[in-house]
Design a protein around this ligand. Structure first.
Ligand SMILES: Cc1cc2nc3c(=O)[nH]c(=O)nc-3n(C[C@H](O)[C@H](O)[C@H](O)COP(=O)(O)OP(=O)(O)OC[C@H]3O[C@@H](n4cnc5c(N)ncnc54)[C@H](O)[C@@H]3O)c2cc1C
Length: 432
């Protein structure tokens, strides 16, 4: 595992993550050396890139995947592991933006992600601590419960989806030991060990014939005379390119980059809690704060708690100290408990909180899941592969979600975004 600890994107301490400490054994893949040809070159070894590669290879394409660090090095191997079906924007928001018919088509497509991930886990025998006990959203204020009721009504009426339940404060408390005003319980949610899922996806891709090169940062994309992606030690010439670098991509294709903003987000894993278990229902949990707290139990009984965001590129010097106050505010009974692991990652958000998926001629991309990409990334990768191999209908539907670019372009998006976020963060403090 030592080779996972240094290099590309190492500033956010993936080496100190609970996931690295409990990763299944996985092979190293040699860096690209020299010039090669393929049908498809994928940039990025997270779930988007690996899924695109797997599904394209299953359809007969010769695929080379370039990963700048190690497989699972980005958000896919560091996230909260919360499997939350659907999009970050709720049913009401989708209907408002797209009208009932298209909203339902988008909802149904996004929902397919859950079945796809479960199918991949089963087909490829991926051991990733999968728990399908549901996802609970805890209301920090009474008005959130009214929002839940309206959302549930829209889900039932427009989306014909009834797998959600509104819980009273007392019912919510039986599932998670913190005083919410009420909650919505999404029965089809769950959680998993995201790094082990990503490593399993890589194994499946290699099994389908994909050639993976780690420690191979794509530094340049050339379109003429042929499409070619360069690293500092070689190149891959291919008919199609998938850019799946998400928050880490930087500059290879400016039109892709202008619509996402990387935001630092941090997680801790406590010591095993044994009888102090705070989530008796073993569900994945998040709350209604704008700077969301999200948490769940690990397979060995630790609380994995994510909370707090930073809008500067550098992580806090003491990640555990940064997250602990959020955790202890939610669970005062865990005050002073030991924190064994602390790490961070970059979440890519868009202006609409909906993903940015599509293509500029032969250059395909999918990113910007805005904190809801654990399962959506696998689906997006599959949609890219479908489009590349001749059926773009579902990618075209998903690409109607295209968010507006951030105001101020790549230079000013940071400062302007920070101002906006700080306002929302202050509002959170007044509510909570
Ligand atoms: C801390 C954190 C918590 C989260 N929690 C949740 C959660 O609980 N539930 C949920 O649904 N979503 C969550 N998310 C979001 C989710 O993890 C992401 O949306 C998803 O993993 C994105 O997958 P991806 O494959 O598109 O990107 P990534 O997994 O980031 O993969 C991109 C890969 O591309 C590589 N790369 C980038 N540029 C280059 C280059 N030029 N050359 C070569 N390689 C390159 C990177 O090294 C990286 O490995 C969280 C994210 C973070 C950071």
């Amino acid at each position: 595992m030592a080779s996972r600890l240094t290099g590309f994107n190492s500033g956010l301490d993936i080496g100190k993550s609970y996931y690295v400490a409990t990763a299944n054994p996985a092979p190293d893949h040699p860096a690209l050396a020299g010039d090669v040809d393929a049908d498809l070159v994928v940039v990025g070894g997270g779930c988007t890139g690996l899924s695109a590669a797997l599904h394209a290879a299953e359809r007969g394409l010769k695929v080379v995947l370039l990963e700048g660090g190690k497989i699972g090095w980005g958000a896919s191997g560091r996230n909260g592991g919360q499997m939350i079906p659907g999009l970050r924007k709720g049913a009401k928001g989708l209907v408002k933006s797209f009208g009932p018919e298209r909203a339902k088509a988008l909802f149904d497509l996004a929902f397919e992600a859950r079945g796809l991930v479960l199918d991949i886990i089963e087909r490829h025998g991926i051991e990733c601590d999968l728990r399908l006990n549901g996802h609970l959203v805890g209301a920090v204020s009474a008005s959130d419960v009214r929002d839940f009721e309206e959302e549930a009504e829209c889900l039932a009426k427009v989306m014909k989806f009834t797998d959600v339940e509104i819980l009273s404060a007392a019912e919510a408390r039986q599932m998670v030991d913190t005083p919410y005003q009420g909650a919505v319980y999404e029965r089809l949610g769950g959680h998993m060990h995201p790094l082990n899922y990503t490593l399993g996806l890589a194994r499946a891709a290699v099994g389908a014939g994909v050639v993976i090169h780690e420690n191979s940062v794509a530094v340049r994309l050339e379109r003429e005379p042929s499409t070619r992606v360069f690293t500092d030690k070689g190149s891959v010439r291919a008919r199609h390119v998938v850019l799946a670098g998400d928050a880490l991509l930087k500059g290879l294709e400016p039109r892709v980059n202008s619509r996402i903003m990387p935001v630092g987000n941090y997680i801790v894993a406590t010591e095993p809690l044994d009888e102090r278990n705070v989530i008796p229902a073993n569900v994945a949990v998040s709350d209604t704060l704008f700077v969301v707290n999200y948490y769940r139990m690990s397979a060995d009984g630790r609380l994995l708690f994510g909370g707090g965001e930073r809008y500067t590129p550098s992580p806090p010097a003491d990640i555990a100290g940064f997250v602990r106050p959020h955790m202890e505010k939610t669970f005062p009974q865990l005050k002073g408990c030991r924190i064994d692991h602390a790490w961070g990652g970059l979440v890519s958000v868009t202006t609409s909180r909906l993903p940015h998926v599509g293509h500029y001629s032969e250059v395909y991309f999918a990113h910007g899941y805005s904190g809801k990409g654990v399962i959506l990334s696998t689906l997006s990768g599959k949609l890219l592969a479908e489009a590349i191999t001749g059926d773009a209908s579902r990618l075209d539907l998903f690409s109607t979600l295209t968010p507006l670019p951030f105001p101020g372009g790549t230079a000013l998006r940071g400062p302007l975004y920070v101002l906006g976020m700080l306002w929302y963060a202050m509002r959170d403090r007044l509510r909570h």
